[in-house]
Design a protein around this ligand. Sequence first.
Ligand code: TYD
Length: 206
Amino acid sequence: MKPARFIVFEGLDGSGKSTQLNMLREHMQNLQIPVAAAFEPSDSNAAGRLARDVIKRKEILSGEALALVFAADRAEHLQTEIIPLLDRGINVLCDRYVYSNLAYQNGDVPLNLLIEYNRASIEKRMPDAVFFIDTPPSVCVSRMEAGRDGQPELFETAEKLASVRNCYIKAFEETGNYIKVTMIDGYRPKEKVFSDVWKKINCLFK
Ligand code: TYD
């Protein structure tokens, strides 16, 4: 049996990363490649649910505490969902992972501390591939405005997203020695974006 792969999609809110993840999942299913989708913050443990409540402004936490909650959710999600799937030979596509924490929480917590918060997950399982769907923050915000019915979530403003993008790039540079990220231009028709994703990744499943 081929080793199962752990593939992560990163990007700003509204970047189209979830669309790409779903396209990849469907494509792999059509090719009869075992695959499951996951997302963070997860909805299967108390830390993930708390993080979602803070994002939706139903709960309030300091930036530092929220960073730890995201990292706690990740540790639990990895241990109870992702690793068991991989152990069964099922490829896992995850919507956000360590890099989201390094980018979104870097306004409140220094990068070296965020890496420490995520140490358990980093040492246990880093992805086999990471895609960063790179879509301009202004485009992300217009897409979200078109699809939203309530008020914006915690990080969904153009200004915040622009600074999150800078933090992603900084995190990629500083951690480039242990994981290679593939940057994909997300401001194109989704089929073109997907064609780049698949070109990069199909060799993992041959
Ligand atoms: P998102 O992927 O947008 O979920 P959904 O499509 O369900 O709204 O993620 C929700 C938000 O959580 C997003 O604004 C980024 C934020 N986030 C962090 O700030 N840190 C993290 O570690 C993770 C996983 C997410």
